[in-house]
Design a protein around this ligand. Structure first.
Ligand SMILES: *[C@@H]1O[C@H](CO)[C@@H](O)[C@H](O)[C@H]1NC(C)=O
Length: 125
């Protein structure tokens, strides 16, 4: 094989190896936890389904009052629902630190976390 072809092949292999993690690029990073857009969509879908079912009494989703004053790109009323670092869709129990925020039209407002926030506040992911 010609040197130039070997070089081209090596370049291709290196480029592929470097680019591979992009397949699961982080749409949001909460602390050190990476969430893909599909993970965010799955959490939002589960939360919105429960919201529509009226199942918001004593757990999640529940109204998020935005006491932190985030400048979300969509208007409220907002609801918060856990997004879990282990990739599962939340179905009760410990909600962890991270939340998806959506409005009552199922528009994603953002992803926020307790990680790195003081007290019970949230910071944006
Ligand atoms: C949800 O957000 C969208 C985009 O800002 C907005 O058009 C819609 O009216 C909002 N829904 C409610 C119920 O506020």
């Amino acid at each position: 094989m010609q040197y130039s072809k070997i070089l081209a092949l090596a370049t291709l292999l290196i480029t592929t190896a470097v680019a591979a993690p992009q397949k699961r690029a982080c749409a949001y990073t909460c602390g050190t936890v990476c969430y893909t857009s599909s993970a965010v969509s799955a959490a939002q879908a589960a939360g919105y389904k429960l919201y529509k079912a009226g199942s918001t009494d004593d757990s999640y989703p529940h109204v998020y009052h935005n006491y932190e004053g985030f400048d979300f790109p969509v208007s409220g009323t907002y609801y918060e629902f856990p997004i879990l670092s282990d990739g599962d869709v939340y179905d009760g129990g410990s909600p962890g630190a991270d939340r998806v925020i959506f409005n009552t039209s199922d528009e994603l407002a953002g992803v926020i976390t307790h990680t790195g926030a003081s007290d019970d506040d949230f910071v944006s992911c």
